[in-house]
Design a protein around this ligand. Structure first.
Ligand code: DGJ
Length: 721
């Protein structure tokens, strides 16, 4: 089990691999002393001297500029000129907060954050560091948890107004980490629709560097993740520190290089979408941030995040279970379908071994295009005259499960819901609402709207045999206003929206524990640990082009394991890129995730259908490894023409290796690839070639990959011990 050792001046959290050390300086000042590889003992003298403090007992903020002192939760207004974690506005208009230690308590298990997504499970220890500002009467409890089985520190902060005046939190970060040097590269995931989560790596320099979202969603433009890697760190070696938010709304993630070369990493709610009024007796809890450290390069970082996801984030019956191979009708029909057409597609899907048929957008209201009907969750009898139940039963009779698309957070101005309840939309009184995709966002801070959304989805799920829900969200925040919130609380709206959404999702997954939920936001526009806590898989991107997906899935895997990524084979020419790639290539890339199809299989020639059958049979036999094995990135699409990765079963007896080359390279040798994650002592047979190699040999000398000829060539090999 992990340990939390509390002595007079030091608090040491550690498990078998990592240590996190807090110093308590004179006057109860909480300093950050160390985070990294596990240490047995720690003498604070050295790191304190580095920052101009003689010893914990001799610390005085009057003499020593706080600007240089590494702190656990720095606040604005006390002499630290860097960006701090906390800004509290008092009734007199000033903003200065001086938090001092009240108590430090360790307990078994993991703290919970009611109403928010958070990591869980009992093989953890929690530290509660209670601090107080006497003048304001503000109590802050910094929460830390350390897990036994993954190298993650989870953090959050709870604020309680124990004073007599109204306080306003203008900033309350989830995590602040002060580091003694700034020799780091900042690694972030930034992108756009259809090219989500591109890896951006840059050297940090004095000043602030950040990524953020003001979209009301974690977004495809930036991910709530950031890593600091030593300049020499690569996939397999080197030091890396990384953090991610367990949150799905607007956020800030950045690093501030201060004077004397210190670096401060911060993650949390985005101030510009935040402000929280604390009346006496009221409290506020920040979203959770998770922090990891590795000296095994990005591979080590991802291993910690992947383990966190599978053991501590995802819940429910699908957490460790095989995910059904699905076929979604979106790209096959868009809005143009009727029952007969859907059943023809589903029938073919059943014949080749697909397990779940998903009916996407267009089944409700009068939704013949994306201009109307969001909010009117009543089946369109024009398209489906026999109703959803009958369709679902017919799909079930084919031997398939049945899934349904919703976009429950939205309202179309052209909808019965809007005509009856225009006040349900997020809006600013007197200002013409800005539409995105002809739709507005529901004001989920309102309990009546939460009830409406919950009941609309729950009624459909109660009345129809539905096994899977795709929960979509296709536009971002504008006109951030609520007709219900008071002016003093209007800044709370973006976070209250998220709390409303989380509460709806929590109720739904509790009432429908057998339904598999997949999250989506115009593809991968809300791919974060928060959503994963409610929905065990996320549609990775609307871009299903195999070569684009090599990049997208590679970078997504920095944080998320294969089982979190929806990845499908779609038709060619690809609807997003116009590119034609071989079906086998599309399948090889897609099978490293929750596998499925986005096309009408009736349109494939017979030889491709035979190939589809073989692919499905293979995916079924390997899917436990493909979804839950240890995933290692081998060749980066960011560095050359090849992408390669391998997934190895936990017992290391089975592995699936994928290599895809974007452009053929004439007159070059077949690629020689050093594998990772195998057992060096085992002997592996490559099923497709019949060759046998030692695990050590495959990881040192490597394997020469028999890559087919041509552009977008790909090979997927099964290795068995
Ligand atoms: C965006 C999603 O990413 C697509 O897969 C599809 O569901 C459309 N929305 C439907 O409107």
């Amino acid at each position: 089990m992990p340990e939390i050792i509390i002595t007079k001046n030091l608090i040491h959290l550690r498990n078998a691999h990592i240590s996190y050390i807090i110093g308590i300086l004179k006057g109860g000042f909480a300093a950050h002393l160390y985070f990294g590889k596990r240490v047995e003992a720690f003498n604070p003298a050295s790191i304190l001297r580095r920052h101009g403090v003689k010893s914990p007992e001799e610390f005085s903020e009057q003499e020593c500029a706080l600007n240089h002192v590494p702190q656990e939760y720095p606040s604005y207004g006390l002499g630290d000129m860097r960006e701090g974690a906390l800004i509290v506005r008092a009734e007199d208009g000033t903003a200065s907060c001086d938090l001092r230690l009240v108590s430090a308590e360790a307990e078994d298990g993991k703290y919970a954050l009611p109403g928010l997504p958070a990591s869980f499970r009992e093989n953890a220890k929690t530290l509660r560091l209670k601090l107080r500002d006497e003048l304001l009467g503000l109590e802050a409890t910094l929460l830390y948890a350390i897990f036994e089985d993954c190298d993650i520190i989870a953090r959050s902060a709870v604020f309680m107004n124990r004073g007599k005046q109204t306080l306003t939190l203008e900033r309350a970060a989830s995590l602040c980490l002060d580091l003694p040097d700034s020799r780091w590269d900042l690694v972030t995931l930034s992108g756009d629709w259809a090219r989500e989560r591109e890896i951006i790596r840059r050297r940090i320099t004095p000043g602030e560097m950040s990524v953020s979202s003001l979209r009301g969603a974690s977004s495809y433009v930036a991910s709530p993740f950031t890593a600091l890697a030593r300049p020499e760190t690569n996939e397999a070696s080197g030091e890396v520190l990384a953090a991610a938010l367990v949150y799905s709304g607007s956020f800030y993630a950045g690093v501030d290089v201060g004077s004397r070369d210190t670096a401060r990493l911060m993650l949390g709610l985005n101030d510009r979408h935040f402000g929280w009024r604390l009346e006496p007796g009221e409290s506020f809890t920040t979203p959770e941030a998770v922090l990891t450290w590795s000296d095994q390069g990005f591979d080590g970082m991802s291993a910690a995040f992947h383990r966190l996801c599978v053991e501590h984030i995802v819940r429910g019956k699908y957490a460790h279970a095989p995910r059904p191979i699905l076929l979604n009708n979106w790209e096959a029909t868009y809005f143009g379908f009727d029952e007969e057409k859907l059943l023809t597609i589903a029938k073919k899907a059943a014949e080749v071994g697909v397990e779940l048929f998903v009916l996407d957008d267009g089944w409700f209201g009068q939704r013949d295009n994306d201009h109307s009907s969001l909010g009117d969750w009543v089946v369109d009898r024009k398209k489906l005259p026999n109703g959803l139940k009958s369709l679902s039963e017919k799909v079930h009779a084919l031997g398939l499960k049945f899934g349904l698309w919703f976009e429950p957070e939205m309202i179309s101005p052209d909808s019965d819901l809007y005509r009856a309840h225009p006040e349900y939309a997020m809006q600013i009184r007197g200002r013409t609402p800005i539409e995105g995709r002809w739709q507005l966002i529901l004001d989920l801070s309102r309990t009546d709207v939460q009830e409406y959304v919950y009941n609309a989805v729950a009624t459909i799920l109660r009345e129809n045999p539905i096994d899977y829900v795709k929960w979509d969200m296709n536009r971002n925040f504008t006109n951030v206003g609520s007709l219900e919130l008071s002016p003093e609380r209007m800044r709370e709206l973006p976070h209250r929206y998220m709390l409303g959404l989380y509460s709806i999702l929590e109720r739904l997954i509790r009432e429908f524990p057998d339904v598999l939920f997949e999250s989506c936001a115009s593809g991968g526009g809300r791919f974060d640990l928060g959503m994963l806590h409610y929905m065990p898989q996320t549609w990775c991107s609307d871009n299903t082009d195999a070569l684009s997906r090599c990049r997208i899935q590679w970078s997504t895997s920095l944080v998320f394991p294969p089982f979190a990524m929806g990845s499908h084979v779609s038709a060619v020419p690809n609807h997003q890129s116009g590119r034609i790639t071989p079906q086998q290539t599309r399948a090889n890339v897609a099978m490293s995730g929750c596998f499925g199809f986005e096309l009408d299989l009736n349109k494939l020639p017979e030889e491709e259908i035979e190939q589809v059958k073989a692919i499905i049979t293979r995916v079924k036999s390997l899917r436990q490894t493909l979804l839950y094995g240890d995933f290692h990135r081998l060749l980066s699409p960011y560095e050359g023409h090849d992408t390669a990765w391998i997934t190895v079963s936990p017992d290391k007896r089975e592995a699936v290796l994928m290599l895809t080359r974007d452009l053929a390279q004439p007159n070059t040798d077949a690629p020689m690839l050093r594998l990772r994650g195998l057992d060096p002592a085992l002997t592996y047979t490559v099923e497709e070639t019949g060759e046998t190699y030692g695990g050590d040999e495959l990881m040192t000398s490597g394997l020469c990959i028999p890559l087919p000829w041509g552009d977008a060539a790909s090979v997927s090999l099964t290795l068995r011990a």
